[in-house]
Design a protein around this ligand. Structure first.
Ligand code: IPE
Ligand code: IPE
Ligand code: MG
Length: 240
């Protein structure tokens, strides 16, 4: 068994829907905000663990375009957490030689958060050991709408020839342009849906669902997901 573990093939790109913070806190008799705080700490730890393992690409779903429907109080807690997290992430970028990119429609975020994003993306732009994408105000349909809008502008401006638009051209307009598609998608906390995450990019990704809530998802849980991924017979996507 130990031999087998040594031979585990690491997914090049792992995407994670960080779910279950609220239910995890509730089960402990705590407010949802506590779940978000612990979930955020766990993201920092897991990001270091994946960097140390040699995972090249990590993309996490932190706030969806639908999450604005939550209570004003919860949205405030989350935005304040992002504020702090984006600052702390600069140290992580240095530690892990990690380029950080925010995907999603950041124009709807508070100006100071947008400024922190510019700073973080700017200071980490030269790193290339790991690539870390954080989906903030992200929705797969919204991303496609924004991409198609810009693509149509470029067709009108004569920058792209009219006629059939191929996938490889379209992809360059997505927020994930230049980033390979995920090999493994993990969703924690029992739900088995995409909730509008990376609709185009997940076409051939392996899915792994676990009942474990995000704040409880640690290295052994990740290893289980990677073992499961290794047992699958991949024919398309990045399989080679
Ligand atoms: C995931 O946890 C974090 C965000 C969506 C921001 P949830 O807040 O969705 O927690 P549950 O799913 O309600 O337990
Ligand atoms: C998906 O989780 C979005 C994030 C993890 C940021 P949700 O908890 O918001 O999704 P639904 O509402 O269960 O579909
Ligand atoms: Mg949820």
């Amino acid at each position: 068994m130990a031999e087998q573990t040594k031979e585990l093939k690491l997914p090049n790109h792992i995407a994670i829907i960080l779910d279950g913070n609220g239910r995890w806190a509730k089960a402990k008799g705590m407010p949802r905000s506590y779940g978000h705080i612990v979930g955020c700490d766990n993201l920092e730890k897991m990001c270091d663990i994946m960097a140390d393992m040699g995972i090249r690409y990590l993309t996490v779903y932190a706030f969806s375009t639908e999450n604005w429907k939550r209570s004003a109080d919860e949205i405030k807690v989350l935005m304040d957490l992002f504020r702090k997290y984006l600052k702390r992430c600069e140290r992580k970028a240095e530690r892990n030689h990690m380029r950080v990119k925010i995907i999603g429609d950041t124009s709807a975020l508070e100006p100071d958060i947008q400024e922190s994003i510019r700073e973080l993306e700017g200071m980490s732009a030269g790193y290339d050991r790991m690539f870390f994408q954080i989906a903030l105000n992200y929705g797969g349909r919204d991303e496609i709408e924004r991409a198609v809008t810009r693509l149509a502008d470029d067709v009108r401006a004569g920058k792209i020839p009219e006629g059939r638009i191929r996938g490889d051209v379209f992809e360059q307009y997505l927020d994930t342009a230049g980033i390979p598609d995920p090999d493994l998608l993990i969703r924690t906390s029992g739900e088995m849906r995409l909730s509008n995450f990376l609709l185009w990019q997940l076409a051939y990704t392996e899915f792994y669902f676990t009942d474990t809530a995000w704040p409880d998802f640690h290295k052994p849980d990740l290893m289980k997901a990677i073992e499961k991924y290794n047992s699958r017979d991949r024919r398309y996507g990045n399989a080679k």
